[in-house]
Design a protein around this ligand. Structure first.
Ligand code: NAD
Length: 737
């Protein structure tokens, strides 16, 4: 029999080699068709008396990325449709759909023939769950081989037997850690946990897998054997009594109960280990059915998987412009940002001309890359050869002539209009017609900077976030005259360096910084009101923000906030900023000399390592303090989420951001907006626009006009609209749950 996604070849020893190699896909994923074919293959292997057993591997360099999450997206649609058309039977239909993959894997492990998974590369999620259902697992040695159950990162969990098999193969603590964090395991770690049996050289992988079968591998899993014992202690045992209370406490400390899928993993393991394996699988299936119906799963799959992929693949790229493959990129300004941009570009295999005022400054920019590759080599994330190649691609110089032939130049010089003008003119004199010039400015409008250019159609903003090597988001900013070619080229570049772009129109602060400023300024208001600083920071984390607003302000520098305040007042007048905030920042900078982390004194104190940073005790003395016990924590949470979401809604109302996917993804990747919400506009859609409007109107009565719902929100509430419904893309999944 022939299959679309697999080939099956049986050798003279009677071992079937099942090779998964989906046509027209760079990565194997589980789809309905793949499951149907695998089902048929399991039957065929079981029924054929000449076949002793099967080895499953991949025909691609990676094994598989796991389930195609757009399939989960389709399941969300189904949930919605079933609940509407078949409210009585919906639960059963969902339960059956949620158990499809798990049932298939159970069939594989009980089919009576031994199966071995030959893991040749990245093996994620459902594919690792399938491997765990195989009776043997052999992994190829090498840094490219990674295994993980990362579902929790997109709001779901390993619901195809993962929560039952992992803790029956390894101790409960490691099992829980692996599944609640989604961490990657290299072959060595996976073997030490008992999750793979053998590690062999890549070229001996299939032979080693076949040998396991020839050596008499039993087609029975340990948990199906009589007298099976857990590798760790039982749940109800003295050791279990020590572990389990700490598990809940640790999860609570890390994620404040914001992630239902992580809690479900703990319940599956705790309950599943107390019952026979098949009952454990049913428990898992029930929780999986429940999790699929949560707004968190729905929003996280949409933003952190579907939209992220779509934007990464160039969803906003103008059609009909030829794709650029980059050979040379210029970076002007080898300071903090320029050095990072040079590294990210060279890492993508692109030659970088790194220019600064003098050779010493340019060289210093390259030192940043030298430090990063040295650390990567030490951690075995990069080979010495890869490191040397990367460094050889960066040419530090003062010579603008070296830019000749560059497809793109990005300037990251001081935030000064005059200096930016000088370098724009110098670069354009050296560039060929059609090359794109980009500014990494964080505050100066692109339309104004484009006036320095003799070809404003080729002028664009490419705004990175710090630290560049770790921040995955890039804002691409369109000036009034920016043409499609420049936009396409900027997006091709962002794709080449493997970051995620959002495209925004020109405005003060663009998108991300506008939202971030709202977050910080709400904290300023709270400080002025006398809310204890520790509460301001801790409640922000309880809300799901990775960094408290005061810590964040220290990172970006408080004197920068002062500069921005002053520039905003100069441009828009004194009403543009709350005078209490101006006074707070002036006090911090002018009277107290507290500039942030950079001078070791900000809202926090930064003592010498190993001591940890701590809130500056003097902060409480600036304003009379309220009694912490009398403060409503939920009110603070609402203030944070609402002020940022309102700003995101304003940017959409003003046409700065035009696609809700970008508002959501930008908010999560840019400043970590509570990921369980799916992002700043998914938060509004998830609550319902009417409920959000009511909440904001209520907050405005106590905390000021900046909470007043905008005309667009009021109109959308009246019409019963959502952002994904009104502004288009993503509706497929966005409207489902
Ligand atoms: P920086 O001071 O660390 O680096 C600026 C570099 O520009 C210095 O190395 C300086 O020598 C060089 N330079 C100055 N004049 C020059 C000239 N005439 N020719 C060539 N080089 C010159 O500053 P930074 O933090 O890297 O910021 C650079 C740009 O990036 C600014 O526009 C800033 O707004 C923007 N930005 C900064 C951040 C951030 O977090 N720091 C984030 C996003 C964007």
């Amino acid at each position: 029999m022939s299959y679309t996604n697999f080939t099956v070849e049986t050798d003279a020893d009677g071992i079937a080699l099942v090779t998964w190699d989906m046509p027209d896909k760079s990565m194997n994923v589980f789809t309905e068709e793949v499951m149907t074919e695998l089902d048929a293959i399991i039957d065929a292997v079981a029924a054929d008396e000449t076949i002793k057993g099967a080895v499953i591997t991949s025909g691609k360099s990676s094994f598989s990325g796991g389930a195609d999450l757009t399939m989960i997206g389709a399941m969300f649609e189904r949930i919605h449709a079933e609940k509407t058309s078949n409210p009585e039977g919906a639960a059963q239909v969902l339960f059956d759909a949620a158990g499809r993959m798990g049932g298939l894997f159970r069939k594989l492990e009980t089919c009576g023939k031994p199966w071995v998974s030959a893991i040749n590369g990245v093996c994620m999620g459902g594919a690792f769950e399938m491997s765990l259902a195989c009776h043997g697992r052999v992994a190829a040695d090498g840094d490219a081989v990674k295994m993980a159950l990362p579902e929790v990162k997109v709001g779901i969990f390993p619901g195809a037997g993962g929560t039952q098999r992992v803790p029956r193969l390894t101790n409960q603590q490691d099992a829980l850690m692996m599944m609640t964090t989604g961490q990657n395991l290299n072959p060595k770690k996976a073997k030490s946990l008992g999750l793979v049996h053998e590690i062999v050289a890549a070229d001996g992988l299939i032979d080693a897998a076949k040998k396991m079968i020839l050596d008499g591998l039993k087609p029975v899993q340990p948990w199906d054997e009589k007298g099976f014992k857990l590798p760790g202690a039982k749940v109800w045992s003295p050791q279990g009594a020590q572990l389990w209370p700490a598990v809940s406490a640790t999860l609570r400390k890390q994620s404040y109960g914001n992630y239902p899928a992580a809690i479900a993993i703990i319940k599956c393991v705790f309950e599943g280990l107390q019952v026979p394996f098949d009952t454990g699988l049913r428990i898992e299936q029930r929780y999986f059915t429940e999790i699929l119906q949560t707004p968190e799963a729905h929003a996280m799959v949409r933003s952190l998987f579907v939209s992220l992929q779509e934007l990464g693949k160039g969803a906003r790229r103008p059609a009909g412009v030829e794709k650029t493959s980059f050979t040379k990129v210029g970076v002007i300004g080898a300071g903090f940002m320029g050095a990072g941009i040079a590294y990210a570009t060279a890492k993508a295999g692109i030659h970088v001309v790194l220019i600064d005022r003098d050779q010493e400054a340019a060289d210093k920019g390259k030192v940043h890359s030298e430090e990063l590759v040295a650390a990567a080599v030490k951690k075995r994330r990069m080979t010495q050869e890869q490191a040397d190649t990367l460094l050889s691609l960066i040419t530090p110089t003062t010579d603008y002539g070296a830019l000749d032939g560059a497809e793109l130049v990005i300037e990251a010089v001081f935030e000064d209009r005059g200096i930016k003008k000088t370098v724009t003119e110098a670069a354009e004199a050296a560039l060929k017609p059609g090359a794109t010039f980009a500014s990494n400015t964080s505050t100066l409008p692109i339309t104004g900077l484009a006036e320095n250019s003799s070809r404003p159609g080729d002028f664009i903003g490419i705004h990175f976030f710090s630290p560049v090597d770790r921040m995955m988001l890039v804002e691409v900013i369109l000036g009034e005259k920016t043409g499609d070619k420049a936009l396409a080229k900027a997006l091709d570049y962002v794709q080449a360096i493997k970051k995620t772009p959002i495209v925004v129109n020109d405005t003060r602060g663009f998108y991300v910084n506008r939202c971030v400023m709202r977050y910080m300024s709400e904290a300023y208001s709270m400080l002025v009101e006398g809310i204890p600083p520790a509460m301001i920071e801790n409640v922000a984390k309880m809300t799901g923000m990775p960094v408290g607003p005061l810590a964040l302000n220290d990172e970006v520098a408080i004197d920068l906030s002062q500069k921005i305040n002053r520039a905003t007042i100069a441009d828009l007048g004194t009403d543009a900023i709350d005078p209490r905030h101006v006074q707070l920042i002036d006090t911090m900078v002018d009277s107290q000399g507290r500039l942030g982390r950079k001078n070791g004194k900000g809202f926090y104190d930064y003592p010498e390592k190993p001591a940890k940073k701590h809130l500056w005790p003097g902060l409480k003395d600036l304003y009379p303090q309220q009694d912490a016990d009398a403060i409503d924590v939920d009110e603070i949470k609402k203030r944070y989420l609402a002020t940022i979401a309102l700003e995101a809604a304003r940017t959409m109302e003003e046409g700065i951001v035009t696609d809700p996917r970008e508002a959501d993804v930008g908010s999560i990747l840019g400043f970590g907006f509570a990921p369980y919400t799916g992002g700043a506009v998914s938060y509004i859609d998830g609550l319902g626009v009417q409920a959000f409007v009511d909440m904001c109107a209520d907050l405005a009565t106590r905390h000021g006009d900046h909470f007043k719902p905008t005309p667009l929100l009021i109109e959308m509430a009246k019409n019963g609209e959502t952002f994904y419904g009104r502004f288009g893309s993503g509706e497929r999944i966005g409207e489902a749950a």
